[in-house]
Design a protein around this ligand. Structure first.
Ligand code: HEC
Ligand code: HEC
Length: 297
C-alpha cells in the first residue's frame, strides 16, 4: 500500500509538472485503474465538491479548492461546515491512514471516534463497495494538499446517531443488471435518494417511500423540495420520456422546461460527464421505483 501511494504521488507530481491531462499520460500500471475510478467517483459521480468545495463570494467553487472545505450548509435547522479533505497534514486529512479515511466516508466516524453529521450522506455511503471506497481513498491521497483552515465546527440541535457496526464487505453491483447498477449509483454513489426520499426526524429518511421526495432546501431561490422521482404518473416522473429524465439530470431542466433550483441544477453540468452506461442505468433504476404519492400535508 505504502509503495502504491508513493507511485501515485510520483504520478501526480509528474502530471502537475507537465500539465498534460491525466487520461492521456497515465501509464497502465496496476493502481492506475483504481486511481481513475477514484477520480471519476470523487469528481463526477459522487461529486464531493458540491459540499466540500470552497465557495467564492459569487457562490461558485474556487478552482483548485474543490475539496478544501469551508462551505456552510444551514438549510434544515442545523449548521454544518464541510471540512478540508485534501491531504494537508495541518488543515486537511493528511495525517489520517487509508483505513481511517475509509471509515470516515463509509461509517461516518473520525479517528477520534466522533461522529460525522449531515448532510454528509453517511447512511448511503455505508453501501459503497470495498473497491469503490478504496478508489476514493487512493484518489483523495493523490490530490494536491491545500492549506486551508476551516475553523468553524458544525452544530446540530440533536444528538448524532451512533455509527453502527463496521461496514461489512460490500461487493460491487452485479455487472449484468442495469437496475441494480442504477440503484447503486443513485444510492451510495450520487446520493440522489438522500435528497429525494421523505425525511424523518433528525435527518433520517423513510426508505419505505424511497424516491417520493420531500427534503426541503431553502436558499436565495426560495424553498424547494427534492422532487418525487418515483414512477407515479401524477406526482412522479412516470409519464416522462427517457430524454426528459436525462435532461433533468444533465441539464437541470424539468419536463415542462422549467429550470430546476440549484441543489439539482448546480450538479447537472457535472453529471453531464457521467458515462453513457451510468446515465442509462440511472434511468433504468428510476423507472423501476414503485409509484408513491408525495407526502400529503
Ligand atoms: C451533501 C454534502 C456532502 C457531500 C456530498 C459529501 N460530504 Fe463529506 N462532509 C460533509 C459535512 C457537512 C461534513 C462535516 C460534518 C460534521 O461536522 O459532523 C463532512 C465530513 C467529511 C469527512 C470528515 C473530515 C473531517 O475532518 O472531519 C470526510 C473524510 C468526508 N466528509 C469525505 C467526503 C467524501 C470523500 C465525499 C464524496 C464521496 C463527501 N465527503 C461528500 C458534507 C458532505
Ligand atoms: C442535494 C440534493 C439533491 C441531489 C443529490 C439530487 N437531487 Fe434531484 N432534485 C433536487 C431538488 C431540490 C429538486 C427540485 C428542484 C426544483 O423544484 O426546482 C430536484 C429535481 C430533480 C428532478 C426533476 C423532477 C421534476 O419533477 O421536475 C429529477 C428527475 C431529479 N431531481 C433526479 C435526480 C437524480 C437522478 C439524482 C442523482 C443522480 C438527483 N436528482 C440528485 C435535489 C437533489
Amino acid at each position: 500500500m505504502a509503495t502504491s501511494r508513493i507511485i501515485l504521488a510520483a504520478i501526480s507530481l509528474a502530471l502537475a509538472c507537465t500539465g498534460i491531462t491525466r487520461a492521456q499520460t497515465l501509464p497502465s500500471t496496476p493502481g492506475t485503474a483504481l486511481l481513475e475510478r477514484g477520480r471519476y467517483l470523487v469528481e463526477i459521480a459522487a461529486y464531493c465538491a458540491a459540499c466540500h468545495g470552497t465557495r467564492g463570494l459569487d457562490g461558485r467553487i474556487v478552482v483548485g479548492m474543490e475539496l478544501a472545505g469551508g462551505r456552510v450548509m444551514s438549510e434544515r435547522g442545523f449548521r454544518a461546515v464541510a471540512p478540508n479533505i485534501t491531504p494537508d497534514p495541518e488543515t486537511g486529512v493528511g495525517r489520517w491512514t487509508d483505513s481511517e479515511l475509509a471509515t470516515a466516508i463509509r461509517e461516518g466516524r473520525r479517528p477520534d471516534n466522533s461522529r460525522i453529521g449531515p448532510p454528509m450522506p453517511v447512511e448511503l455511503y455505508r453501501g459503497l463497495s470495498n473497491t469503490d471506497v478504496s478508489a476514493m481513498v487512493a484518489y483523495l491521497r493523490s490530490v494536491p494538499a491545500i492549506r486551508h483552515a476551516v475553523v468553524e465546527r458544525s452544530t446540530y440541535p440533536f444528538t448524532l446517531a451512533p455509527s453502527g457496526p463496521p461496514a461489512a464487505r460490500v461487493p460491487d453491483p452485479p455487472s449484468n443488471n442495469a437496475v441494480a447498477r442504477g440503484a447503486y449509483l443513485a444510492g451510495p454513489v450520487a446520493h440522489c435518494m438522500d435528497c429525494h426520499t421523505p425525511p424523518l426526524q433528525n435527518e433520517g429518511r423513510d426508505w419505505s417511500r424511497i424516491g417520493a421526495g420531500g427534503v426541503p432546501f431553502e436558499g436565495p431561490w426560495g424553498m424547494v423540495v427534492g422532487a418525487n422521482i418515483t414512477s407515479d404518473l401524477e406526482q412522479g416522473i412516470g409519464r416522462w420520456s427517457d430524454e426528459q429524465i436525462l435532461r433533468a439530470i444533465t441539464q437541470g431542466i424539468s419536463a415542462d422546461g422549467r429550470r430546476l433550483a440549484p441543489p439539482m441544477s448546480g450538479r447537472a453540468p457535472i453529471w453531464a460527464r457521467l458515462t453513457e452506461s451510468d446515465k442509462q442505468d440511472l434511468v433504468a433504476y428510476l423507472r423501476s421505483l414503485s409509484p408513491q404519492p408525495s407526502r400529503t400535508r
